[in-house]
Design a binder for this molecule. Structure first.
Ligand code: NI
Length: 540
């Protein structure tokens, strides 16, 4: 069941400069969308890591039609199978919608090409999904699923909320949060007042042919609002509880205003409805603070989930495992990649539910790697990111939610936001920002390179592990990597992680050392505006 939903279209109408066709995810700023952030580059508030305890990221990516059809989505995995099944179900529905749209757009592209003999960059289908935990404790979890649909140079982003009872895995409706139906009258009154005031102001600012026309427009608008805010469960099925003591009431397109207004939102202080909320919801939202479960206890209560979900990939078949690796006689500090052969193994798109298992393998083999992570996922699995950094791996930036940066619909401002917002969360977790960026899909041009303002890291060896989900094939392709290579891999695929032990053994047996990207080039410094895909003049 869809519990609540809102679009950021209104945000964009209010901050025209920020969104021509591409919208900044509002929940990142922790500012209610109705009071749109003036400055979309406002850094995220310090995030509460404990509410993410026991939540992991599962990612699905599809690339079809020579990169014209792109899907990049993630959904939460928790200790509760029923929650996971429901999240997978709604994600699969989104994927099905993507496939239909992508097929239609691809057909239009083929027709256009046949008719004109030309190609055009506007036939792109890009569906993305990421998620956040709005609020959570050991009893309840509120997920916000953020979806972006981008087709033909225009885009839209909206949020779908889901509420679960964590003990049973049951999904809850908005009505389940309140003691009785009085909440409908309350919401009707409160939102009606806000919308009426808003409408009066807007209509006063507009030009009309006559005062009579103005009056008529106002009457018509107020009638629309009255109907759309009538106290029915259907009118108030879109509520989004935030951890900043507000609740967003979102009205569907056409519900309280003309379609041009898109989804309309009203932010209310949660105190205005607090007396009608069930006791356990009041505890979750911190209204009854004396009885609220301390965050540290939540973390402890959910600690078991960590061990249960963490997946240690099974070591791939003995048959294709080369003999044991030769131990390196050099310590990490002694390695100079202009004197001894090195490669940089890199992993994109994490952290994911498979990353902890990968870190176990790297630790066991004393191998250092570089992780190009997504800000939206780093926030969920901050402990994984901390561990990655503490164990000597390098953290690179892979943007917030994997946009196609070369798309003309992605503004310069949005490119900067993608980079900076990710560095903000990385800094909050490990104490320093990333040192370089890998653009999603490897897509960049001069504009992207200049606007991002950081070194870009490419690759020279690509095992195509996103397409060929076979550990043996992936291991064979990487095992042949020459010295100086930057190797592309993805820690969102279990098969890739399964391939890593064999990769390590194969390369070490050839006398090759594993280093971070920075170390591969050291003492040469990586510079903004440059793209690095392999170490020049690598020794054999
Ligand atoms: Ni990627």
């Amino acid at each position: 069941m869809r519990v609540f939903r809102f679009s950021l279209l209104l945000v964009c109408l209010l901050t025209l400069a920020a969104c021509q066709t591409y919208y900044v995810p509002a929940e990142v700023s922790k500012t209610p969308a109705a009071a749109a952030p003036e400055d979309p580059e406002t850094p995220a508030a310090v995030f509460d890591a404990s509410k993410y305890k026991g939540v992991f990221v599962f990612t699905i990516e599809e690339i079809e039609n020579d990169g014209r059809s792109l899907l990049h989505i993630s959904y939460p995995v928790t200790e509760q199978d029923a929650i996971n099944a429901r999240m997978e179900e709604v994600t699969q529905e989104f994927i099905a919608e993507y496939r239909t749209t992508a097929a239609q757009i691809e057909k239009a592209y083929q027709d256009y090409k046949k008719e004109t003999g030309r190609e055009a960059a506007t036939f792109i289908t890009h569906y993305r999904q990421y998620f956040d935990v709005a609020v959570a404790n050991e009893n309840l979890v509120f997920f916000d699923i953020v979806r972006s649909i981008h087709t033909g140079g225009t885009g839209n982003t909206f949020v779908v909320g889901y509420i679960f009872d964590r003990r049973s895995g049951a999904e809850l409706s908005i009505a389940d949060l309140f003691v009785d139906e009085r909440y409908l009258e309350r919401l009707s009154t409160l939102t009606g007042e806000v919308l009426e005031e808003r409408a009066r102001r807007q209509i006063a600012d507009l030009e009309y042919e006559s005062e009579a026309a103005r009056k008529e427009a106002l009457a018509w608008t107020l009638e629309w609002i009255e109907e759309g805010t009538a106290p029915t469960a259907e009118n108030f099925d879109n509520l989004l509880f935030r951890d900043d003591d507000t609740v967003l009431v979102a009205f569907d397109k056409y519900q309280v205003a003309a379609g041009v207004a898109g989804v309309v939102e009203v932010a209310l202080p949660v105190t205005t409805i607090a007396d009608l909320l069930k006791p356990e919801i009041r505890v979750l939202l911190g209204i009854d603070s004396e009885t609220a479960t301390p965050r540290s206890e939540i973390a402890r209560a959910l600690g078991h989930a960590w061990a249960g979900i963490k997946q240690s990939p099974t070591v791939v078949a003995e048959a294709f495992m080369p003999p044991a690796a030769q131990a390196s006689s050099l310590t990490e500090d002694e390695i100079n990649c202009y004197e001894v052969p090195c490669v940089a193994l890199t992993f994109d798109d994490g952290p994911s539910v498979f990353t902890e298992g990968l870190l176990d393998i790297l630790k066991e083999h004393e191998v250092k790697a570089t992780f190009f992570i997504l800000g939206s996922r780093a926030r969920i699995q901050s402990e994984t990111v901390s561990r990655t950094f503490e164990e000597g791996h390098e953290i690179g930036n892979h943007t917030w939610d994997h946009p196609l940066l070369t798309d003309p619909g992605v503004s310069n401002e949005h490119i900067r936001w993608q980079v900076q917002q990710t560095d903000e969360i990385i800094t909050q977790i490990i104490g320093e920002p990333s040192v370089h960026l890998r653009p999603p899909y490897g897509a960049y041009n001069d504009r992207v390179l200049e606007v991002a303002g950081v070194p870009f890291i490419f690759w020279s060896v690509d095992p195509v592990d996103w397409r060929d989900r076979d550990a043996e094939i992936v291991a064979a392709r990487i095992g042949d990597a020459p010295p100086g290579a930057i190797i592309l891999a993805h820690d969102i695929h279990e098969t890739t992680v399964e391939a890593v032990p064999a990769i390590i053994v194969a390369l070490k047996n050839r006398g090759i050392h594993f280093v971070t990207v920075t170390k591969l080039f050291a003492p040469q410094k990586l510079l903004p505006g440059y793209v690095y895909s392999q170490q020049p003049d690598a020794p054999n």
